[in-house]
Design a protein around this ligand. Structure first.
Ligand code: GLC
Length: 534
């Protein structure tokens, strides 16, 4: 097997810092809290922590509206607290990846204050300003991802500015070389401080159509649907010239050793894989969200795995994501039983896995009434189920008041089941989901074929998905029963002999012999190490 990098061998774990661990009793998580939980992450077995934005911000979009790229919001700590976190993480061989939000700033960023001050201001062109349409309305039909037009009128200067998200999140003009240079320096600032890489927010948005032509309507949606879905974002995102911009970012990343560039991209597979760059000069890992949107059926999963695996360019490294702070939790999407099989799938597929905090204990979406919503999307387009608060609730550490998350009042409510579903309880139960995650992660580490081997589908019959991971050294078979009914005598290819390494059902004997066929209980997955051939 070729030599692999840490971000190819390792497992990423996303921390949503507001909700991980509070240490100053304000009900909001902080950097010292993450530091206090590093040993938990080491014991879990993950390799890298991606932290959602921690920079000074008015928090209109909970940190995705950055007012200063080179500081820490006092809510989370300060630069000294950040340095302590990096130092202690590195001492434990954990990598730290930051969330870089280059598409837009906060409207409170000093750059935007200057830009909006007048049409003549030297920073005017750092943002996207356009004259009104002939009728005085917005320059084109582009919609905000959070509802309503993506253009806000500035009466003082008589122009509109563009914001793909909130009007408090004006888009930067990436065609301006000064903007690019300033943002490159931001990356250097954090890498010099020891940061191991970046997850780049909405990287496919960075360039817009140079002529600002209208987006075409999306025939699948209409009135009553979320505004953003009513148009295909073909002019406002995913422009061909974005790749040169990303290659520049990659060039800056490569000025430092061993750093990683991850891109957030919600696009179909054929578009997504262009973000590796034509000559692999793009993102190391364009996030692959196929599992988030997939329906839970063996043929469908087999199809998308094959399509994705085939589409990743030669030399590009695949990756898989099961959840994040913008999507309903996996345990709520498919149910608690099936979440165990999903864990096995995530950790046995070819490609770097990314986990979302709390999914390892099966945290579920916590219902939050519209009137209690914090998320601006829910507030702007209430009642459509768009709000993201339910998947951002505090980590459930133990059964003490507020789940060990805070001594104050948590900023979002805790799940009702936190006294029984928490880290402390599950650490005591080897059969728990946390126990399973720990075993899966340890297995992935002990069997390099699981991160570096090839993927080969065997069957996707009915509800059972069977695939092989193969390398010159080892061959592992993974069989997943996605149904709530038992599957008996599943035929395996002739000559398949091996022993069970791990089942999602903890009472299945390890080392159990497998010969030619396999029976699985409802929602059971097994990993089988195959005997050497020949
Ligand atoms: C990304 C973030 C999301 C944020 C948006 C705007 O999609 O993941 O949380 O609201 O970008 O920055």
């Amino acid at each position: 097997m070729a030599q692999t990098q840490w971000w190819q061998r390792g497992i990423f774990y996303q921390v949503y810092p507001r909700s991980f661990q509070d240490t100053n009793d304000d009900g909001i998580g902080d950097l010292d809290g993450i530091r206090a939980r590093l040993d938990y992450l080491v014991a879990l077995g993950i390799d890298a922590v991606w932290i959602s934005p921690i920079f000074p911000s008015p928090m209109a979009d909970f940190g995705y509206d950055v007012a200063d790229y080179c500081g820490i919001d006092p809510m989370f700590g300060d630069l000294e607290a950040f340095d302590r976190l990096i130092e202690e993480a590195h001492a434990r061989r954990l990598k730290i990846v930051l969330d870089f939000v280059p598409n837009h700033t906060s409207d409170q960023h000093s750059w935007f204050a200057e830009s909006r001050a007048s049409r003549e201001n030297p920073r005017r062109d750092w943002y996207i300003w356009r004259d009104p349409a002939p009728d005085g309305g917005p320059p084109n039909n582009w919609m905000s991802n959070f509802g309503g037009p993506a253009w806000t009128y500035d009466p003082a200067s008589g122009q509109y500015y563009y914001h793909a998200f909130l009007n408090q999140q004006p888009d930067l003009n990436w065609r301006n070389p000064q903007v690019r240079a300033a943002m490159h320096d931001v990356l250097r600032f954090w890498m010099a401080r020891g940061v191991d890489g970046f997850r780049v927010d909405v990287i496919w948005h960075l360039m817009k159509d140079a002529d600002f032509r209208d987006n075409p309507p999306n025939p699948e949606y209409g009135p009553g649907d979320p505004d953003i879905r009513r148009f295909l974002q073909t002019r406002s995102t995913d422009q061909p010239d974005v790749h040169a911009i990303i290659a520049e970012l990659r060039g800056v990343i490569d000025e430092y050793e061993d750093r990683v560039l991850i891109g957030e991209i919600y696009l179909p597979i054929d578009r997504l894989v262009t973000y590796y760059g034509e000559n692999l000069e793009g993102a190391h890992l364009p996030f692959n969200f196929q599992l988030i949107h997939a329906s839970w059926s063996a043929p469908r999963l087999a199809e998308l795995i094959a399509d994705y695996d085939a589409a990743v360019p030669e030399g590009g490294w695949p990756n898989w994501v099961l959840g994040n702070h913008d999507q309903p939790r996996i345990a709520s999407r498919i149910g608690a039983r099936r979440a165990r099989v999903a864990a096995m799938l995530l950790l046995t597929l070819r490609g770097t896995p990314t986990m979302y905090y709390g999914d390892e204990i099966g945290m579920e979406n916590v219902p939050i009434a519209t009137e209690d919503a914090h998320d601006p999307w829910e507030k702007n387009e209430p009642g459509l189920g768009l709000g993201r608060d339910p998947e951002r609730t505090p980590m459930q550490w133990d059964a003490s008041p507020n789940a060990g998350f805070t001594n104050g009042r948590p900023w979002l409510p805790l799940a009702a089941d936190f006294t029984t579903r928490n880290v402390a309880v599950q650490l005591e139960q080897p059969a728990s989901l946390l126990g399973l995650y720990r075993e899966l992660i340890a297995l992935r580490r002990d069997h390099p074929v699981l991160h570096a081997g090839t993927y080969r589908k065997i069957t996707a019959l009915g509800d059972v998905l069977v695939f092989l991971r193969e390398s010159a050294e080892e061959c592992v078979l993974v069989a997943l029963n996605l149904a709530g009914t038992a599957q008996d005598d599943i035929p395996l290819p002739p000559g398949t002999y091996g022993r069970v390494l791990l089942s999602t059902e903890s009472d299945r004997p390890r080392q159990e012999r497998v010969e030619g066929h396999l029976s699985l209980r409802p929602n059971e997955g097994v990993i089988v190490s195959l005997d050497a051939r020949g």
